[in-house]
Ligand binder design. Structure first.
Ligand SMILES: Cc1cc2nc3c(=O)[nH]c(=O)nc-3n(C[C@H](O)[C@H](O)[C@H](O)COP(=O)(O)OP(=O)(O)OC[C@H]3O[C@@H](n4cnc5c(N)ncnc54)[C@H](O)[C@@H]3O)c2cc1C
Length: 536
């Protein structure tokens, strides 16, 4: 018999989106906020730069809207952009009231704002270079004070429970199955409203700036449950992540290039002049593409970023964290170049939602990086992502509070059946498939794409999906198997979306279609239609 729990609201994810939603619910609603690892395991804690918002007298909603639309390369939904930015000031005020220690300016009366690429004015509020830590700690502390919020760690969602799956058409989503990682058993959690706040899917790629758990679980679960997903071909790549076998996911900030760092080939030659007259200061996607091009051309494992021609004190003063971190791996950046590769950084697409975070499935919401709200279009403007988490989570909480009927009787849910499965005897299958998937996604579905490579990837992913789904059916579920199953579904969706986009726009660059089409369209995939076509 599976253990069963019931709450008014089930929030899967304890990053900025999930915690904000929980904290914004009225006290009379009980909610579980769940993380598959520790409560601060998501990307939120890793955010460095800050949150973009209209906070300065010189700034306006229109200016922030315009910058977002420009970055999004014609694909943003203007109503979503405007909605987000109109609510930005209130969202930041909410964080400030909760106690997030944002940096003050020299006068001590205003917040210090920085400016990042693509923003026409200073509008990034931050807590030194560790804004994510400040936000995550504050939200967690606040959530722990609330009697109606139940925080659960080490519970990984397996799949959503929908009426459809139980043969009760139209009853929507009312819970999920979770593997309790401490006991190894699957439990049932039911709720009148279920929220996916599970973060992005950048772990689909070999190199990523994201934490290990960014395996697109919410997107995959919503997709399997029948919800549409959109614009999954737009994955943002950060141009420079440290390349070292032991340095998982360490970003080398763009400020190193901003302060005069040179990008070098393995033979020490500079190459950016062949790609953009702004050289190393070209926008992020152009630099990422140039590095990718040179790596593929040379078959190189990495390229190099060199700041060692600058004064030693200058380097240590400006980049203390990078200096220290690289030194741990035996690289003295005051004396030698840093090995770098581009890395998958942000998932612009996701589960299709409206302005209240509602998905296609009644009772199922998606917020944060998991969702596609129309804000980012074909490319995310720096520091708009945490803002999106805050604004849409607050709005979704309001919608849930208005709609929900506390204590509503929920359909009877069968427990998890473990009688037909055994423990997997060959963990190597999972480890091998993880590596294979992330490698071919990197090589064939990465920064620069061709139709031939995408078709090749589609064949590979089909075989992998079959193998993994068979494995899933026969063996007891584990964290790694669940993440792999989700990743392979998300990879499939990314490849399908990329094949459908017959143009280059924003983050999607195809050598076969180097130009943008005159009109921009979202790539919206509907599982029902693909099933009817026998594609799923
Ligand atoms: C290195 C780095 C720097 C960044 N810098 C910035 C920045 O300066 N400004 C900015 O705006 N954005 C930045 N971003 C992006 C931003 O941090 C993320 O988009 C944002 O934090 C996502 O928040 P989230 O709440 O949607 O998800 P996350 O914070 O990723 O949280 C996901 C949560 O879901 C849980 N979860 C996932 N799957 C399951 C499952 N199956 N079962 C149970 N729980 C699950 C996880 O355990 C976690 O609790 C950065 C990202 C990275 C990686």
């Amino acid at each position: 018999m599976s253990i069963k729990h019931t709450f008014d609201v089930l929030i899967i994810g304890s990053g900025a989106a999930g915690l904000t939603l929980g904290l914004s619910l009225p006290d009379n609603l009980s909610a579980a906020i769940i993380s598959k690892d520790s409560l601060d395991a998501g990307s939120t804690r890793w955010a460095q730069g800050g949150v973009a918002a209209v906070l300065d007298e010189e700034d306006t909603v229109d200016a922030h809207v315009q910058d977002t639309l420009t970055a999004g390369a014609g694909l943003c939904h203007e109503s979503s952009v405007r909605f987000t930015i109109e609510n930005s000031t209130a969202a930041i005020k909410w964080l400030v009231d909760l106690g997030v220690p944002f940096d003050q300016d020299e006068s001590g009366t205003d917040f210090h704002l920085t400016r990042e690429g693509g923003h026409s004015v200073r509008r990034i509020i931050h807590a030194a270079d560790a804004t994510g830590v400040a936000i995550s700690d504050t939200l967690q502390q606040a959530a722990k004070q609330k009697n109606n919020l139940h925080l659960l760690s080490d519970y990984i969602a397996v799949d959503l429970i929908t009426g459809e799956k139980l043969g009760q058409k139209g009853t929507g989503c009312f819970g999920a199955y979770f593997l309790n990682k401490s006991t190894g058993h699957v439990e049932v959690i039911t709720a009148s409203a279920v929220v996916l706040a599970t973060g992005g899917a950048s772990k689909a790629y070999l190199y990523t700036s994201n934490p290990d758990g960014a395996s697109g679980d919410g997107i995959a679960m919503a997709w399997r449950a029948g919800a549409r997903v959109a614009n999954m071909e737009f994955n943002q790549f950060h141009p420079t992540c440290l390349y070292h076998p032991k340095a998982k996911s360490f970003l080398i900030t763009e400020a190193v290039r901003g302060e005069g760092g040179h990008l070098l080939l393995p033979n020490g030659e500079r190459f950016m002049h062949r790609f953009d007259e702004r050289l190393e200061l070209a926008p992020r996607d152009i630099v990422a593409r140039a590095i990718d091009h040179e790596m593929k051309r040379l078959g190189a494992d990495c390229l190099y970023l060199d700041i060692s021609h600058k004064d030693e004190d200058f380097i240590k003063g400006h980049f203390p964290t990078i200096y220290e971190r690289c030194l741990e791996f035996g690289i003295d950046i005051t004396k030698e170049p840093i090995p770098v590769v581009p890395a998958a950084h942000y998932t612009c697409g996701g589960v299709v939602t409206d302005q209240s975070g509602r998905t296609d499935i009644p009772g199922l919401y998606a917020v944060g990086e998991t969702a596609h709200t129309g804000l980012h279009g074909a490319n995310r403007l720096a520091s708009n992502s945490l803002l999106e988490c805050l604004v849409f989570a607050r709005q979704a909480a309001q919608h849930i509070a208005e709609q929900i009927k506390p204590g509503l009787e929920l359909p009877e849910v069968p427990g998890w059946d473990e009688s037909q499965v055994t423990d997997a005897d060959e963990a190597v299958v999972i480890a091998h498939n993880w590596d294979e998937l992330r490698r071919f996604m990197w090589d064939y579905v990465g920064i620069v794409r061709t139709t031939k490579r995408l078709v090749r990837a589609k064949h590979r992913v089909k075989l992998l999906r079959e193998e993994i789904h068979e494995f899933y059916g026969n063996y007891r579920v584990t964290n790694d198997l669940l993440e792999l199953r989700n990743l392979v579904d998300v990879a499939d969706v990314i490849i399908r979306s990329a094949l459908l986009r017959k143009e280059s726009r924003g983050l999607h660059y195809s050598l076969d279609y180097p130009n943008a089409l005159p009109r921009a369209f979202d790539t919206v995939l509907t599982p029902k239609y693909l099933k009817e076509l026998g594609e799923l």
